[in-house]
Write a protein that binds this ligand. Structure first.
Ligand SMILES: *Cc1c(COP(=O)(O)O)cnc(C)c1O
Length: 404
């Protein structure tokens, strides 16, 4: 089971294996186990960006805005939304960062529940989400009701019961991650959305660690709003813009608290007052980056072509293999698995805890194996289904075993 030949056999059977060659990977590549923080570049991205610079920008200059750039945030949003989020056309826009989008979406969601002032969020939520949640709740005269455990890298997914305990008739919005960035535990999106709705609250889902690794059905589960990253499993590049999704039933009532001209119904009328664009476009703020959107588009294309069901199947196989190697090699050497054992509850990374996680991560990096360190004692092994091979998992965890 731990023999390298097993990894080679799994790679030989892997229907997504050819996608690795669609990424720009140097011959002497490191073993990259951090695609959950920054994905690798698709091979087509460099030439796409060159073409945008040379032709769309260099030749067409300002004309490119009306020849396509203006609609890119919605076009790329639609491609991303339909392929990765289970969105209907017109529900997704790509713009700004997750932080800014969380700010906008949370303000807008709270405004849809006048008379209610509480936001329910998880103590162990990603820092930027916690900071923004506290700030938005305060700005609107409300408060945050924190649920769950702060310090534990807890493998237990957030359940509908845990959320239901925090709900009362003052809760306007529940903000949660679909995949916990610490443990990779997957929240039960459908049940949590239902219990929140039963209590009269809305749910804002942060899909940063789920988009491009776990198939989502946001429209069909009747979710309200969502945000997420494109530089992790979507491979859009460092700092690539995030997305905002909102169910179409909310569009007419949603107000962007950053009413910029690009979310205006008629930006070039330069009118005296703000009037929101119809639909999800109103969540735009300022001028979008045509270069960054082109890069996001390349990342989305590869995932759309592979299909999220195949991506999920490979993701489960990769993380299951990593768990097997943990059990065989690492558990007896002081490592604790901090991700769910049940693959149905696990996203696309596996978190290993060890008191020397910091030193081990540095030593692995020095040997050409790049995982991700999470304070204080977590080593995250991020497995990106389109380019991580089973041999990568084997060789990376063998290096960790040898160090221990
Ligand atoms: C990666 C991540 C972010 C990042 O936010 P940015 O504003 O894009 O830096 C936010 N929330 C979660 C849950 C994340 O995983």
């Amino acid at each position: 089971m731990t023999d390298r030949s097993r990894a080679e056999a799994l790679d030989a059977q892997d229907t997504l294996a050819p996608y690795r060659s669609r990424f720009a990977i140097p011959d002497d590549a490191v073993i990259y186990l951090d695609g959950n923080s920054l994905g690798r570049p698709p091979g087509a991205t460099a030439s796409r960006l060159e073409s945008v610079v040379r032709h769309e920008w260099g030749d067409r200059l300002i004309r490119s805005w009306t020849e396509g750039w203006m609609d890119l945030p919605l076009e790329v949003g639609d491609r991303l939304g339909t392929a990765l989020l289970g969105a209907r056309s017109g529900e997704t826009v790509v713009c700004d960062s997750v932080t800014v989008n969380t700010y906008k979406a949370l303000h807008a969601a709270m405004a849809l529940r006048p008379g209610r002032s509480t936001v329910v969020a998880h103590r162990g939520e990603f820092p930027t989400d916690r900071y923004v949640t506290r700030s938005v709740a305060q700005a609107r005269g409300g408060r945050v009701w924190w649920i769950g455990d702060a310090d534990e890298v807890s493998p237990a997914p957030v359940t509908a019961d845990l959320v239901a305990d925090g709900l009362d008739d003052d809760v306007a919005v529940v903000l949660l991650s679909v995949v916990d960035y610490r443990s990779a535990a997957i929240a039960d999106v459908e049940s949590i959305t239902r219990v929140a709705h039963e209590a009269g609250a809305l749910v804002l889902w942060d899909c940063s660690h789920a988009v491009g690794s776990v198939p989502l059905r946001l429209h069909d589960v009747d979710a309200d709003l969502a945000v997420g990253c494109t530089y992790k499993y979507v491979n859009g590049g460092p700092g690539s813009p995030a997305f905002v999704w909102a169910h179409e039933r909310h569009h007419d009532a949603l107000e962007n608290p950053v009413p910029g001209w690009m979310g205006h119904a008629d930006p070039f009328a330069m009118g005296p007052a703000y009037a929101p664009a119809p639909g999800i476009r109103r969540f735009m703020t300022g001028t979008p980056s045509a270069l960054a959107l082109a890069a996001v588009d390349e990342g989305v294309s590869l995932l759309a072509e592979a299909g999220m069901d195949a991506v999920r199947t490979k993701s489960v196989a990769l993380t299951s293999y990593a768990v097997d190697l943990h059990d065989a090699w690492l558990a007896s050497r002081g490592v604790e698995l901090a991700s769910p054992r049940d693959p149905a509850q696990r996203g696309s990374h596996v978190t290993l805890r060890h008191p020397d996680a910091r030193l081990l991560t540095d030593a692995l990096t020095a040997r050409g194996v790049i995982p991700d360190f999470r304070n204080p004692d977590g080593i995250r092994i991020g497995l990106a289904p389109l380019y991580t091979s089973f041999a990568d998992v084997h060789d990376g965890l063998a290096a960790l075993r040898d160090l221990l």
